[in-house]
Design a protein around this ligand. Structure first.
Ligand code: AR6
Length: 168
């Protein structure tokens, strides 16, 4: 398994990956943050397809086409709202990563780009979220050794935190 980190806008580098992961909400009907950026870049047909999916539970993942974003698909997952239930947040974030990877692999995709799920509007502390991401990456890497996972972090600071957590 390969794991990489970079700083940037996930919609701008999507062409380097098979799929990008969206940190969505349970309606799957769009929102702010990375979700807003992905819908804007993909164009209105993405929302039309999302409307057919009947939402998504926290920790689950669903795939759509990528439309105007130059990758093969978009995996929409829903991370936990940290302050709503900090006790169950770690397992729900772990499931969001696991299920996103599972859906990607089930569709034949191995090169996956993630944002920092739940650490924006959903307020998950970045270092703790990176610990969960690391555990999920290693867990899935055991099952699928040919995975190539890249975290596209929106700030240099988040990139430093993820890099430190993964390599410590
Ligand atoms: N590329 C990469 N990362 C980004 C981008 C981008 N273009 N834009 C923001 N980020 P958030 P959440 C970072 O809030 O916490 C939406 O309204 C951002 O800086 O996007 O899971 C959904 O509809 C942060 O580090 O997702 C939900 O309602 C990370 O992406 C809710 O927000 C995640 O922040 C989900 O909240």
């Amino acid at each position: 398994m390969k794991i990489n980190f970079m700083t940037g806008d996930i919609t701008k580098v999507a062409g380097r990956f098979d799929v990008i992961v969206n940190a969505a909400n349970s309606t799957l009907l769009g929102g702010g943050g990375v979700d807003g950026a992905i819908h804007k870049a993909a164009g209105p047909k993405l929302l039309e397809e999302c409307k057919t999916l009947d939402g998504c539970e926290t920790g689950a993942a669903k795939i759509t086409r990528a439309y105007d974003i130059p990758c093969k698909g978009i995996i929409h997952t829903v991370g936990p709202k940290y302050t709503e239930d900090p006790v169950n947040a770690p397992i729900l974030l772990f499931l969001a990563y696991i299920n996103s990877i599972d859906v990607a692999v089930a569709n034949g995709y191995r090169k996956i780009a993630f944002p920092s799920i739940s650490t924006g509007i959903y307020k998950y502390p970045v270092e703790e979220a990176a610990q969960i991401a690391k555990r999920a990456a290693h867990f899935m890497g055991e099952k699928f050794p040919d995975l190539e996972l890249t975290w596209v972090l929106f700030s240099e600071e988040d990139n430093n935190t993820y890099t430190k957590v993964f390599y410590s």
